[in-house]
Design a protein around this ligand. Structure first.
Ligand SMILES: [Zn+2]
Length: 81
């Protein structure tokens, strides 16, 4: 595997759309290529961070906050949107 292919597969892997066989080929390349090993670790860490941040703001709560804001802005003026 070449580095360019590794990077392409890395994106698919983050999307969760990569067959196990390809993941295995990536592991083999990451073991022999320090640059791609570092790429994999950096992107994995970033993905974990994004998941962690998403967990702090559950979608229903965010929607509730948006609705409260809507009431706060529109109710005093009887604006119908
Ligand atoms: Zn590489």
């Amino acid at each position: 595997m070449k580095c360019a292919e590794f990077i392409n597969l890395l994106h698919d892997r983050i999307d969760g759309a990569l067959p196990e066989a390809d993941i295995e080929r990536m592991r083999t390349h990451a073991d022999i290529c320090p640059e791609c090993g570092a790429r994999e670790r950096a992107l994995s860490a970033l993905t974990e961070d994004l998941r962690a941040m998403g967990g702090e703001v559950p979608v229903p709560a965010a929607l509730g906050a948006a609705q409260s804001l809507h009431h706060l802005i529109c109710e005093p003026f009887k604006i119908l949107i």
